[in-house]
Design a protein around this ligand. Structure first.
Ligand code: ADP
Length: 211
């Protein structure tokens, strides 16, 4: 499949780390994901960014998902998983990756498990950014003003948070059973949050390679 990819390739100097960052809309996972990706020299694979880039470029994929994303609904699992598999097969993801926004429900967890298991791989850690719903809503209202994202209307925000609580929050328990979830307080200074994530990963022996 030919899809437009945002320019967020890693610098290739990091250790192998296969990570997922998860949290409600407005938790800051996009911002922190980029920082962690840079720290490890691994690409950040954000399904939301991939969809937005394709919508902006008017690709067939973009046209297919415009209305879905505007409503705040999920893009069909098969399509989303195919895009992620395609991205993770690229060379720069061989040394690890950080997933942001995928998997988002139980079916996508299964798709990812199958894809990684076929290569003898698995996720090393899941970073859960913990932020209360009130705080998320407040941050998203601000983002609506700052960025004017088409899906940051009051209605679409509440709808996406509902989907998060219903479909995405339960996958944390699945990863929790595997013992790979680190719950990180997502409030406070950006640098402090990044430091919390890095030290949780370090406690698992997941550290950026020194060059
Ligand atoms: P947010 O976390 O604020 O909802 P994202 O950038 O992660 O924003 O996603 C934006 C939209 O892209 C979602 O509302 C959904 O329509 C679509 N999307 C992103 N990731 C997925 C996914 N894993 N499965 C299905 N749809 C997705």
């Amino acid at each position: 499949m030919t899809t437009v990819q945002p320019n967020n390739a890693g610098n290739g100097s990091g250790a192998v780390a296969r990570l997922l960052i998860v949290g409600p809309q407005g938790s800051g996972k996009g911002t922190q994901g980029v920082r962690i990706g840079e720290a490890f020299g691994i690409p950040v694979v954000s399904t939301g960014d991939i969809f937005r880039a394709n919508i902006k470029e008017g690709t067939p994929l973009g046209q297919q998902v415009t209305e879905i994303t505007q409503r705040g609904d999920l893009v069909p699992d098969e399509l989303t998983s195919e895009i992620v598999r395609d991205r993770l097969t690229q060379d720069d993801a061989a040394a690890g990756f950080l997933l942001d926004g995928y998997p988002r429900n139980a079916v996508q967890v299964r798709h990812l498990d199958e894809f990684l298991a076929a290569k003898g791989e698995k996720l090393d850690a899941v970073i859960l950014l913990d932020v209360a719903r009130d705080e998320s809503m407040a941050r998203l209202r601000q983002r609506a003003v700052d960025q004017g994202r088409a899906d940051d209307t009051e209605e679409a925000i509440a709808y996406r948070l509902d989907i998060y609580e219903r479909e995405t929050a339960p996958i944390i328990a699945v990863y929790g059973e595997r013992g790979i979830v680190d719950t990180i307080d997502g409030t406070g200074e950006l640098d402090a949050i990044t430091a919390r994530i890095l030290s949780a990963l370090e406690a698992r022996g997941i550290v950026p390679a020194t060059v």
